[in-house]
Design a binder for this molecule. Structure first.
Ligand code: NAG
Ligand code: NAG
Length: 517
């Protein structure tokens, strides 16, 4: 750990990375890494069997496959009303021509309500996308470049016309700049041939096309589904036009191979610029967190981490426990470390910004870490005394409590810790409860102040057991009640655990430059 400053480190990594890019003959050679086999130690995980079964299926390589490079051609649609940071509510319908032309038409419908019931305006974005290479930053993803040809706007009602008129310079309003902005008229916001560019005024960006992944999921009793993952959108508005994604949004469904049933898919598929899909009123249900909740897939977090999550909530005691299993690969098969955290929460009020969602405050008071990967193990084991559990006491696959060292600096965890949250519950089409937890700030920070509270969601978790959970594992002498929560004490998020120091370690790890670490 005696390497140079982080900046120096990143510069070196950049050099290493670029050397790799130049050297590769085959663009589609997936970056390979030597991954030490995970330790063979069962951790003391006590959750319900059905949750365990569910998590095991997520790692089953025969169920999910990804083709690299992805076969983009076809028509891809949203399967629900999507929420982007802001919040913005939208549905998407994208078509890609077969290569080599690879022209795309992206139809985006924006709404003024969180049910996607009242259309506000729609954009038709036309351009071309060119696949580049397998991503080194986000394993399993493909990097691409896009160029825009034309962007057309249509506004669906008078209120939105008034609202957008403020943002649209008159030079963007076409042949008659003096005319008021009106609904049901087409406005050309961008035309490369005509040299017109009014995209900045509405923050329109298709940077999401710069990172792609297609997953095929095989289901035991159904036809396979195909899902298109496009790059994530920065949580900070001012960043989103320039941000090169490192994670994904909720996937789009291939119209020929979508999940069943998917009423929203059909509505979005049939929509057009003039006829936005009007989704049925929300399936949001009152928040009842009781039970066990588990990831529905191996989740990718912006900046390199793959993980599965398992949460246990006990409404009666307002207590929660989360198990975050981190992996180095997009199939969640190579474990790196597992974090178990617990604490309390309070429900404050329903959200004014996202209808049907609730605002909560979470306190993280205790955490334990198990490491399965040697580079990280060495880093934790050699961290200064009191910085992360017992220095020199880390062993592969053996859990350590990091509560008494107030967290773990190397992992960016600081305890106790407080987070301002946004939660929402819905039922899926099979009647199973889904839990949406707030999206983490893209900059790796934590929503530790009310003004940083998320306005959008991570990929939903599914309820795997509604049973009243077992009592907390920590003893009656636990320090939960005594720990004072100090919201100013922490910079990093346990729910979105990732810090720059971890990112550095990670980059070292994926580029074999162990010596730098
Ligand atoms: C893993 O467990 C199996 C079965 O208990 C054992 O045969 C194997 O040697 C173990 N591997 C390691 C690396 O400990
Ligand atoms: C952790 O550090 C201690 C003390 O420096 C050392 O004896 C031990 O071998 C290290 N463990 C591992 C797994 O590196």
């Amino acid at each position: 750990m005696s390497g140079g400053s982080p900046i120096h480190l990143l510069e070196l990594l950049w050099v290493v990375c670029c050397a790799g890019c130049v050297r590769g003959n085959n663009l589609w050679e997936v970056p390979s890494r030597h991954i030490p086999s995970p330790a063979n130690i069962t951790s003391k995980l006590l959750w319900e069997p059905q949750c365990q079964t569910h998590l095991r299926h997520l790692q089953d390589g025969s169920r999910t496959t990804a083709t690299i490079p992805p076969q983009l051609d076809g028509h891809w649609v949203s399967s629900r009303c999507e929420v982007r940071p802001g919040p913005e509510f939208l549905t998407r319908s994208y078509t890609f021509d077969p290569s080599p032309a690879r022209q795309f038409k992206a139809l985006q419908h924006y709404y003024s309500d969180s049910d996607c019931h009242v259309p506000a305006y729609s954009l038709l974005i036309q351009g071309r996308v060119r696949l580049r290479q397998a991503s080194w930053i986000t394993p399993g993803a493909t990097e691409a470049e896009h160029s825009l040809h034309k962007v057309t706007l249509i506004i669906h009602n008078q209120r939105t016309a008034h609202r957008l008129a403020v943002h649209l310079p008159s030079s963007c309003l076409g042949p008659d700049p003096g005319a008021p902005v009106a609904p049901h008229r087409l406005y050309e916001l961008y035309n490369i041939k005509a040299g017109r560019d009014c995209l900045g005024s509405l923050h329109v960006s298709m940077m999401e096309l710069e990172l792609l992944r297609i997953e095929t999921r095989n289901h035991p009793h159904n036809r396979p589904t195909k899902e298109l993952f496009l790059g994530d959108v920065h949580t900070d508005w001012s960043q989103r036009v320039h941000y090169r994604p490192t994670g994904y949004q909720e996937p789009l469904q291939n119209i020929m191979h979508h999940i069943h049933p998917c009423p929203v898919c059909a509505l979005v598929y049939r929509s057009s610029l003039h006829h936005p899909p009007v989704l049925p009123p929300s399936s949001a249900v009152p928040l009842n967190l009781n039970g066990h909740w588990v990831s529905q897939r191996c989740e990718a977090r912006p900046a390199v981490l793959f993980l599965t999550r398992l949460f246990i909530f006990r409404e009666e005691h307002r207590s929660w426990e989360g198990t975050y299993a981190h992996y180095s690969d997009p199939m969640c098969q190579q474990r790196t470390f597992t974090l178990r955290a617990q604490g309390h929460y309070a429900q404050v009020e329903s959200s004014a910004k996202v209808k049907g969602a609730a605002e909560l405050v979470f306190k993280v008071t205790q955490a334990k870490v198990t490491v399965f990967e040697r580079t990280l193990l060495r880093a934790l084991n050699s961290s200064e005394d009191g910085g992360c559990g017992r220095a020199g006491g880390w062993q592969l696959g053996v859990e350590q409590d990091i509560t008494w060292t107030a967290g773990c600096r190397v992992l960016g965890i600081s305890l106790p810790h407080k987070e301002y949250e946004l939660f929402k519950m819905e039922k899926n089409h099979k009647g199973r409860a889904l839990l949406f937890i707030g999206e983490r700030p893209t900059d790796g920070g934590s929503p530790d102040r009310p003004m940083r509270r998320p306005t959008s969601f991570q990929t939903p978790m599914i309820q795997c057991s509604a049973r009243a959970p077992v009592p907390p594992r920590y003893s009656a002498h636990s320090t939960i009640q005594r720990l004072e929560i100090n919201s100013a004490c922490s910079q990093h998020s346990v729910f979105g655990i990732l810090s720059l120091s971890l990112l550095n370690l990670w980059l070292c790890y994926i580029h074999h430059v162990y010596i730098l670490c």
